[in-house]
Design a protein around this ligand. Structure first.
Ligand SMILES: Cc1cc2nc3c(=O)[nH]c(=O)nc-3n(C[C@H](O)[C@H](O)[C@H](O)COP(=O)(O)OP(=O)(O)OC[C@H]3O[C@@H](n4cnc5c(N)ncnc54)[C@H](O)[C@@H]3O)c2cc1C
Length: 382
């Protein structure tokens, strides 16, 4: 069967695309979805910020959000109210369940549980090859599966491991998210802990390392996290309700050598929706999905289908990634300065790439610029 649209990969980007598609004039197209996982497990916790929950935010569970963010570096602590914004959290299992329900209600969508082995161009058309169902094709293929090994392995990445823990004593402040509590790391790395506190006794606590090491042992991250819980939170007894881990490349380059074809459209991390200096991707995936659907409705192609970041944001990211690579010990002080001298909403708008150039000048001009000059003098793309 020839489909109008074939969506390969049904994680955050694939399911977001289908969600927005079902709210668009293209909702009656013949659609094939392929993933090798039934998408039922809770395997990640997504956070994003905005004034209101995004339209795609699952309605099948209580809304979880905060209106303060905090940063710690040694004896320095700052708490920033988010003014009009809120920091929202989604459990991936709620997201999968809510979009899946919408998909099952549509009778023009076929869901294939299979592994995609490749996407190739045959007779001038992109074709998906699968492990058990042969080849399939469609007028357009929307792919979020990283199908090739990364071109350049020498990139910085953020490696993280988190536990949602329940403690017997009260040790969290549920009024604020701790975005970064910097830890001492090796001279070549930056490390911090991220905390999403749900109650005084329950929180997701995550240890994160910015590193160029090709392999970081899970046991190392676990021991660092355990040590933080014991020594910084002062907790000896706790139960672990949930675990997650990840590794996100921190680069402004497109790492994926993909087959290029006007009918093959990349989504999600593969399309470059991940912010290189922070790893946040969820909100950009929503913007990109809507942009692609608008382009498909208007029968436009080319750059309308790509996620293209403004050059100046790639420049800021490269400056920061340069610091993270060459002078990782300085990075906590760069963030400390950013948080100390700017308001919470401006910081998050800047990180979401939603500021104007004048706002950026105002945010950046408040910072100590010696380290930025150093980074500029040895500027390179990462
Ligand atoms: C633990 C974790 C927490 C994160 N937290 C945040 C956050 O708080 N905020 C934020 O903005 N970003 C966050 N991110 C980053 C980013 O939002 C996620 O990685 C997001 O899931 C990326 O979406 P994606 O669709 O590109 O990739 P994925 O969600 O990984 O989807 C890829 C899909 O492809 C499928 N697949 C892979 N290989 C094959 C194959 N060969 N055949 C068939 N199917 C295949 C997978 O099963 C998966 O469903 C987090 C990442 C991780 C790992």
């Amino acid at each position: 069967m020839d489909y109008d649209l074939v969506v390969t990969g049904l994680g955050c980007a694939g399911l977001s695309f289908v969600y927005h598609l079902l709210n668009s004039p293209l909702k009656n197209q013949r659609i094939l979805l392929i993933d090798n996982d039934p998408k039922q497990k809770n395997d990640r916790t997504w956070c994003y910020w905005s004034e209101e929950p995004l339209e795609i935010h699952p309605k099948n569970s209580p809304l979880v959000s905060w209106n303060n963010i905090s940063l710690k570096n040694g004896s320095f602590t700052t708490i920033k109210p988010l003014v009009d914004l809120r920091y929202f959290q989604i459990k991936s299992s709620d997201f999968y369940a809510s979009v899946t329900e919408k998909i099952h209600a549509a009778d023009n969508i076929t869901w294939m549980l299979d592994s995609v082995t490749d996407i190739i161009v045959r007779d001038g058309r992109p074709v998906v090859t699968t492990l058990n169902n042969g080849t399939v094709t469609g007028k357009k293929i929307l792919n979020s599966i990283p199908l090739c090994s990364l071109k350049d392995k020498n990139y910085l990445k953020q490696v993280f491991l988190g536990w949602e823990i329940e403690t017997s004593s009260a040790c969290f402040d549920p009024s604020r998210v701790i975005l970064m509590d910097f830890e001492t790391a090796l001279p070549s790395e930056t490390a911090f802990v991220y905390i999403l506190p749900h109650t005084k006794k329950r929180a997701l606590v995550e240890y994160t390392l910015f590193t160029k090491e090709p392999f970081v042992a899970k046991t190392l991250l676990e021991s660092k996290l355990k040590k933080y819980i014991q020594e910084k939170l002062g907790v000896d007894e706790y139960i672990i309700n949930y675990r997650e881990e990840g590794c996100i490349p921190m680069t402004t380059k497109n790492l994926y050598t993909e087959v290029k074809h006007p009918d093959l459209i990349s989504l999600g991390s593969v399309a470059g929706c991940t912010k290189p200096s922070t790893g946040y991707t969820f909100h950009t995936i929503q913007k990109h999905s809507k942009q692609v659907i608008d382009a498909l409705v208007e029968c436009k192609g080319g750059s309308k289908l790509d996620w293209i970041r403004k050059a100046r944001f790639s420049f800021y990211d490269n400056i920061l990634l340069n610091i993270a690579t060459r002078w990782p010990g300085e990075l906590p002080f760069v963030f400390q300065d950013l948080f100390k001298k700017n308001n919470g909403q401006d910081i998050l708008d800047f990180l979401n790439e939603e500021t104007t150039f004048l706002q950026e000048l105002s945010i950046l001009s408040r910072l100590k610029f010696k380290i930025f000059i150093k980074s500029l003098l040895r500027y390179e793309t990462h």
